[in-house]
Design a protein around this ligand. Structure first.
Ligand code: FAD
Length: 323
């Protein structure tokens, strides 16, 4: 039996979440005494795939056929399922990314497998039953799912699993599988990137601001702080609703869920719908002029003060630390 991990790429480069999925799958393979096989689909150079060796991958199936260069949900799901069958995988691991959210249920349906999506830690095993912890009800609770089907599909939340190196040498093996015309009925014509900045769901540091900033003209100081920290920027829902910031930055119950190592909230009250998207951040810093703001209740560090005074000073202090 094998553990199969699907490795996502962006423009031929492997993302941090791909390495996290590989390291996580390696840990599952070790739990079960199974071999680990990775699958890459699209145009990824061998040198890039070999980086997976650092996380214990010894074999990479490389599906690089011309009609798979662009991500097409149905076709990619068919390839992942075909690889899982070829390798007799008992567990298929994916990232719980935007594309992973579309792929995982399709792969599970094709393999007659149970699906645990958005896992936040390693599973435990009770015989053939796999128990997986995940967040539920918009991060307000934890749930343990038990998957008993012979084949299991599991998707890993970004930033939920610490990258552990377990060096090996990865052999890259070409992989082809039939993709029928129906699976390729959707054609991806163009990808328009909302931003060239750090991807919000994967960011390790997020600087986020809310209505306390009064207007879009005041975001330069947020971006400056984000720049010195190498962070992604985010915002509360009213801010994106008002068009001060793009919707791609809106975090919360109805927006993106983030779990960075550091979340800095500036002029955000901390409404429950906002917290739903950020409460699994490892460290939360809140800057708010109202000492009664609900956000302080979940903050690890709080600064009561006017953002227009605090943020430039904080940026300056971090810049000085770096110089
Ligand atoms: P406000 O509530 O107006 O808070 C502004 C804060 O800034 C205040 O705490 C104030 O003290 C502080 N402030 C003001 N001036 C300064 C200053 N100079 N310096 C420092 N601090 C200052 N919201 C989300 O964010 N994400 C969601 O996904 C989301 N989903 C929702 C879904 C539903 C169904 C509903 C009903 C609501 C949802 N909301 C969501 C909205 C949510 O309830 C809040 O209204 C929203 O989060 C408030 O945004 P805010 O904190 O930026 O603004």
């Amino acid at each position: 039996m094998a553990i199969l991990v699907y490795i996502e790429n962006t423009d031929g480069g492997l993302k941090k979440s791909a390495f996290e999925a590989a390291a996580y799958a390696k840990a599952i393979a070790d739990q079960k005494g199974d071999t680990l096989v990775a699958l890459s689909i699209g145009d990824v150079a061998d040198a890039e795939l070999q980086k997976l060796g650092k996380y214990g991958v010894t074999k990479v199936l490389n599906a690089s056929q011309a009609n798979l260069k662009q991500f097409v949900n149905k076709a990619y799901a068919a390839i992942i399922a075909a690889a899982a069958k070829q390798e007799q995988a008992s567990v298929v691991v994916l990232s719980n990314s935007f594309s992973g959210k579309g792929l995982a249920p399709r792969v599970a349906a094709k393999l007659d497998a149970g699906l645990a999506d958005g896992a936040i830690s390693l599973p435990s095993w009770n015989g053939n039953d796999m128990e997986v912890k995940k967040t539920a009800f918009s991060n307000k609770a934890f749930a343990t799912e038990i998957i008993s089907s012979p084949v299991k599909v599991i998707s890993l939340s970004p930033n939920a699993y610490e990258l552990k190196e377990s060096p090996a040498s990865a052999e890259i093996v070409p992989f082809t599988a039939d993709v029928n015309a129906n699976d390729l009925s959707v054609v991806l014509k163009e990808i328009v990137r909302a931003t060239d900045k750090i991807s919000l769901p994967e960011a390790e540091i997020v600087v986020s601001a809310g209505r306390g900033l009064k207007g879009p003209e005041n975001w330069a100081m947020v971006e400056e702080l984000a720049d010195v920290l190498g962070a992604a920027t985010a915002c509360s829902k009213p801010v994106s609703d008002a068009g001060w910031r793009p919707h791609s930055e809106h975090v919360g119950q109805t927006g993106i869920v983030v779990s960075p190592n550091l979340y800095i909230a500036i002029g955000i009250s901390g409404a429950i719908q906002h917290l739903a998207g950020v409460s699994s951040s490892k460290t939360i810093v809140v800057i708010n002029k109202d000492p009664e703001a609900p956000f302080f209740k979940v903050a690890d560090y709080g600064i009561v003060g006017d953002a227009f005074e605090v943020v430039p000073k904080l940026t300056e202090a971090i810049r000085n630390l770096k110089n």
